[in-house]
Design a protein around this ligand. Sequence first.
Ligand SMILES: Nc1nc2c(ncn2[C@@H]2O[C@H](COP(=O)(O)OP(=O)(O)OP(=O)(O)O)[C@@H](O)[C@H]2O)c(=O)[nH]1
Ligand SMILES: [Mg+2]
Length: 269
Amino acid sequence: MSENPGIRGVAALQEAAAAPRTAVRDALVIIPTYNEAENIRHVLESVLDASPRVDVLVIDDGSPDGTGAIAERFAQDEERVAVLHREGKQGLASAYLRGFELGQARGYRYLFEFDADGSHPAARLPALIDELDGGADLVIGSRWVPGGATENWPVQRQLLSRSASLYCRVLLRSRVRDITAGYRGYRTDSLGGFDLGPVGSTGYCFQIEMAWMFERLGKRVVEVPITFVERRLGQSKMSRSIITEALWRVTSWGLGFRARGLAYRLTGR
Ligand SMILES: Nc1nc2c(ncn2[C@@H]2O[C@H](COP(=O)(O)OP(=O)(O)OP(=O)(O)O)[C@@H](O)[C@H]2O)c(=O)[nH]1
Ligand SMILES: [Mg+2]
């Protein structure tokens, strides 16, 4: 994976790994970006304003529209923001896995996933942090729990999102109402207990895989209602291949899970 750690920021994140962290900024919000030039400034401002406890790591995959340079300029005047530049579009999952590694090395207590398209309400960050403070291992900003909502989201996207969660509830016996949600926070200690090497998902399915892994291991997964707002600027990176990947992976996990359960009942092993 080729990376350019930027003018400062990510290099500073790594170098500071050994230094004691200030107790004040104990959460890292990881924001992967690909062509979000129209959104990135506003998103960074709203995340920083939402809570004094957060720092931000932008992971830009060489956006042709110059998002990386905009984020870099922002980071030069703002010590709470770091930017990691990677060459070429490498997918959301690999960006988050890299962000988790850096956040773990730096000693953040909590690691958040956050989209740069304006659809995740930063104002809800304190509510999500509260749940982690209260002992949750994974907190999900959820559209599909009481109090959750979507704004300007086309009906077909709502249906797709609800059906994906329903499919996972039936096939994987998941209890999560919004399992594909990308607005979430992990307790770093809990995440550190997993070997993330085998995580094979690339798109939305990454969110499902991570939440299901937490559920299966009896970790505490909590959903907090949010209002998800459809992006107003820039293009969605959602694609047919992302949906296909989720469908075949969830189906094969579900069937494998059931087959193992059946074998256990028949053989006791
Ligand atoms: N670094 C990086 N970021 C990406 C990549 N693909 C998408 N992103 C970012 O990931 C976030 C989510 O992507 P979106 O295009 O909003 O996709 P989505 O939220 O799954 O789908 P929509 O609901 O249609 O918006 C945004 O901040 C994107 O800029 C990628 O390959 N690399
Ligand atoms: Mg989006």
